[in-house]
Design a protein around this ligand. Structure first.
Ligand SMILES: Nc1ncnc2c1ncn2[C@@H]1O[C@H](COP(=O)(O)OP(=O)(O)OP(=O)(O)O)[C@@H](O)[C@H]1O
Ligand SMILES: N[C@@H](CCO)C(=O)O
Length: 326
């Protein structure tokens, strides 16, 4: 369980009351997750039991967070199933200039959002991929008029900064692959097809564990804290690399990939530049998570209990994507 910061019953109870969510009945640290401290928060109001998620942000700052929280509000208003963040009642104050969605718990920025129903589908079928592709396209379109702007903080600039930090831990073959892929991605990003890619707010981390299903129906996307403005194609690539591969080998699964892409395209057909750059973006998506997993693995932070993700998985995915792109 990644509980980096222990929250007391008193502090959580006080926040629940201030947000008008009723009386705290239970506060439970959440298993899984490696970025933030998460708790399930159960309250009682008018005899009804209600479930929320309290997140304390461990790396993101008070300045960066409004982008994510207001994006979730915006999407919820546009009927995209995402956890709706809860606001403090009353008018904006100097302490809460950002619409009152962002709170302070244990000195850290924090938010309380609705708990989604259902559970993650870790062994997805083509039908699950169809649902995710469809909703991802709807989400991209719904976010088009979102007025705030923040880049994808785990984009190309971050890869350029972080690859040299993890290189000392690599064997020669891994170092060669990392360097070659980084050079390739810098080359792609400087080209005209890349400049033509449609862009907007993207989730950027829509893995199987960030989507809920109940009885085969998609009940929500969550964990928007890597979202940012980037190409829609990068978001598609991140999904294909997690939802539509054989997990043991990292090889693409054509049936699931086709189901995902067809469902996405029914809502928003891909532009010519997107069709051209899909193989390159699939490589970019694999590189992004190989680098972040290497960084988390070799330069870990303190946590009460923390299970880092396996970096070699995305090394395999990248090798597969490079092989298939030839
Ligand atoms: N809004 C929500 N509704 C239901 N469950 C949630 C919600 N938010 C978080 N969870 C649960 O908490 C777990 C951890 O949350 P999350 O994935 O956001 O962790 P994290 O550390 O912030 O991110 P990461 O997945 O990037 O490591 C999820 O797998 C899920 O079970
Ligand atoms: N989805 C990421 C975890 C950070 O959100 C990974 O699997 O590496």
């Amino acid at each position: 369980m990644a509980v980096f910061t222990e929250v007391s019953q008193e502090e959580a109870g006080e926040l629940a009351r201030k947000l008008g969510l009723g009386e705290l009945r239970e506060l439970r640290g959440i298993q899984g997750g490696i970025e933030n401290t998460n708790y399930f928060l159960t309250t009682e109001q008018d005899g009804e039991t209600l479930e929320y998620v309290l997140t304390l942000f461990e790396r993101l700052t008070f300045e960066q967070l409004p982008f994510y929280l207001h994006l979730m509000k915006h999407l919820a208003l546009h009927r995209i199933p995402v956890p709706d963040p809860h606001e403090l009642p009353g008018s904006e104050t100097k302490e809460h200039p950002e619409g009152r969605l962002l709170h302070t718990v244990c000195g850290k920025p924090a938010a309380v959002v609705d708990r989604l129903r259902g559970k993650s589908e870790l062994q997805p079928t083509a039908a699950h991929c169809d649902h995710v592709g469809d909703m991802l396209a709807r989400m991209h379109l719904a976010a088009r008029d979102y007025p705030r702007n923040q880049p994808n903080l785990r984009g190309l600039a971050w890869w350029n900064e972080t690859v040299p930090v993890v290189l000392p831990y690599m064997d020669p073959a891994q170092a060669a692959l990392l360097n070659a892929e980084l050079a390739f991605q810098n080359h792609i990003a400087a080209g005209s097809a890349y400049a033509a890619l449609p862009r907007g707010p993207i989730h950027a981390d829509l893995f199987r564990d960030n989507v809920m299903f109940e009885n085969g129906r998609l009940t929500g996307f969550f964990d928007f804290y890597f979202a940012g403005v980037d190409s829609w194609l990068f978001d598609i690539a991140v999904c294909l690399n997690d939802w539509c591969i054989d997990l043991a080998s990292g090889a693409p699964d054509e049936e699931r990939e086709q189901a995902f892409l067809a469902a996405y395209a029914r809502v928003r057909p891909l532009a010519a530049a997107e069709r051209q750059l899909l193989p390159a973006m699939l490589r970019a998506g694999a590189l992004r998570f190989w680098v972040s997993r290497l960084w988390d693995f070799h330069l870990p932070r303190e946590a009460a209990m923390l299970k880092p993700h396996d970096p070699t998985h995305f090394e395999r995915v990248l090798r597969q994507r490079v092989a298939h792109a030839r």
